[in-house]
Each structure stands twice: as structure tokens, then as C-alpha cells.
Ligand binder design. Structure first.
Ligand SMILES: [Zn+2]
Length: 315
């Protein structure tokens, strides 16, 4: 018997495109031209990166200022294990850098040999990327610097030829998911083509898939109960939009199915019947494909439809 709780690496990743507006457009286009721009607030502070509205007064801000490429680390955190999406492929420091002439700090990375080489207050300068496109990554990173401070801030029109107006940004979340004790047992049973839930000791409801506790009674659900494999369609929908990466022709039916013995319905895809003949009360059974650790879909079980009264509490 296999023991221990399951876990799996999961990644959620999607790109999104945003328009920049005049201030962010000038900032990112400026980086392409090796020019760092900030914006002057109502009280005279220069914010880098710039914002469109004053954080204190909410007034619109348009007075752009060029600041130096040199600055001071105001705080930092060492990252010993970079991921493939990080700006540097070796251990580095995340840093907040207040560029000379700026009154706020910019988040970026510092290329340093070790954490021991990084300190709050250390002097750094921009290392420009060889190829620049109008993105924050046009600053490849910061690097330690012991030279003179950069020039004082200067007014800047923010006008550039071919200004960047849109950016597409990746959002990505890498994490390890552990389903816990109850779902681990459920998933292990599925691999043996058995469907196992857990019964609440107080209300006697059988949860499938089990979550380890009854949300109504607030108590752990320890008693394992095998349910199904047959069940009843309690409700369903016809899917007409093809999901990217899903190899199923539309239209198809996705249904809530109350497995025999279960206290609530789970959802699954229905096949083996034309989509317009699916109905509430239909009796169905799971279909397991070779090598698959969970039911691929459900199909008609060839039994008379269930009476509404037998499943009305589960709709
Ligand atoms: Zn309960």
C-alpha cells in the first residue's frame, strides 16, 4: 500500500496586455533610449518609477524629470534559487534602489557575487541590456558601483520617436499543491478505479471528493465510503466554446452527477449520447481509459431514469 500525502507541481501562467498612458509610455520608451525618467509630484519629490497621479493629493502629474543611472540600495533580499523567469540566471539580490535625484525607490535586481556583498546603503548603477525594447528589462540589472554620483535631475519633455504604447506582461505562479489526507486517499482509490468519499459522523452526509471535514458541522470526516460507480445526472450544461488545449469537440455536455451513495454531486463530462438527448435523472456510469488515473467521462448506464424525488436534494 502506498502511504504519504500526494503533492504535485502546478503552474498558472497567462500573458496580459496593458496600455501605458503618457507617463508610463515615456518611462519605458526612455529606458529603451538609456534614459531613466521620473515624475515630479506637487511637493517637488521625484518619483521613479513615475506615476500618473500624485499619491498624496491625487493631482494629475505630467512634469517628467531625467534622473541619474546611479543610486543607493534602500533595502534588499537575497534570492539563492532563481527560476527560469527571473532576470538573472544565477543567485541575485532583489533590491529597492533610490536613484540619485529620486525621492522613491525602484524595484529591480542586483548582480552580486553573494549575499555578503550586498548591504543597505551600498552604491549601485544601472547595467543596460544590450537589446532594448521599451520594457523594465531594458535595465538588465543593477551592479555595484563606487564612482561619483550621477548628474542632478533635469527636466525632460518625455517625447521620443516610436514611443511604446502597449506592453504584454507575463503573469506566472509556480507552486506545489498538496491535496491533503482525504483527497490523497480519494486520488489513490481512483487509480484503482474505485470512487471513495468520506462520511460526516454527525450529519451522515458522504462527501465526494472528500475535503477532510464537513463544512456544515465543522467536524473531521474520517470514515471512508466507496460510492458509485453509477450515478444520476442532477443537472447539466451544453458547452459550445472550445477551450484552448482541450481535445474535445463542441458541443459537449458537462453534468452534475450524484454518484450512488454520495451526499452531493460532482461534475464530469457526459459522452456516448447526443448532447440534445441528455436529461436530468439520466443514469450514468464512469468510463476509464487505459492508463488514465481518473474517469475520462460518464456515459449512459442503460437504466431507466431516476425519479426526481430520489435526487431532488442533490440538485
Ligand atoms: Zn456534517
Amino acid at each position: 500500500m502506498t502511504t504519504g500525502t500526494l503533492s504535485a507541481p502546478l503552474v498558472v501562467e497567462f500573458p496580459f496586455t496593458r496600455s501605458l498612458g503618457p507617463v508610463q509610455s515615456a518611462f519605458l520608451t526612455g529606458l529603451r533610449e538609456r534614459t531613466v525618467l521620473g515624475v515630479r509630484t506637487t511637493d517637488g519629490t521625484v518619483l521613479v518609477p513615475p506615476v500618473e497621479y500624485d499619491p498624496a493629493t491625487a493631482e494629475e502629474l505630467r512634469e517628467l524629470v531625467q534622473v541619474a543611472e546611479t543610486g543607493t540600495v534602500t533595502t534588499w533580499a537575497w534570492n539563492p534559487r532563481p527560476t527560469g523567469k527571473h532576470p538573472l540566471g544565477r543567485p541575485f539580490a532583489w533590491v529597492l534602489v533610490r536613484l540619485d535625484g529620486a525621492g522613491s525607490s525602484l524595484l529591480h535586481v542586483l548582480d552580486a557575487p553573494s549575499a555578503a556583498a550586498v548591504s543597505t546603503g551600498m552604491r549601485v548603477r544601472v547595467r543596460w541590456a544590450a537589446e532594448r525594447t521599451g520594457a523594465i528589462t531594458d535595465i538588465a540589472c543593477f551592479e555595484p558601483y563606487d564612482g561619483a554620483p550621477g548628474d542632478a535631475p533635469e527636466e525632460h519633455s518625455g517625447d521620443f520617436a516610436d514611443a511604446v504604447s502597449l506592453v504584454t506582461l507575463p503573469a506566472r505562479l509556480d507552486y506545489t499543491y498538496s491535496p491533503g489526507r482525504a483527497q490523497t486517499a480519494h486520488l489513490r482509490a481512483l487509480a484503482e478505479r474505485r470512487i471513495v468519499g468520506e462520511r460526516c459522523p454527525e450529519c451522515r452526509k458522504v462527501y465526494v471528493p472528500p475535503r477532510g471535514a464537513c463544512p456544515t458541522c465543522g467536524v473531521p470526516t474520517g470514515e471512508r465510503v466507496e460510492v458509485g460507480p453509477k450515478g444520476t445526472v442532477t443537472t447539466y450544461c451544453v458547452v459550445n466554446i472550445k477551450a484552448k488545449g482541450l481535445d474535445i469537440e463542441v458541443p459537449y455536455v458537462y453534468a452534475h452527477i450524484a454518484l450512488d451513495g454520495a451526499g452531493l454531486a460532482l461534475h464530469g463530462r457526459l459522452a456516448g449520447i447526443p448532447y440534445d438527448q441528455v436529461r436530468m435523472g439520466m443514469r450514468v456510469e464512469p468510463v476509464w481509459k487505459e492508463g488514465q488515473r481518473w474517469p475520462d467521462h460518464y456515459r449512459p448506464a442503460g437504466e431507466p431514469d431516476a425519479d426526481y424525488d430520489t435526487y431532488k436534494e442533490l440538485v
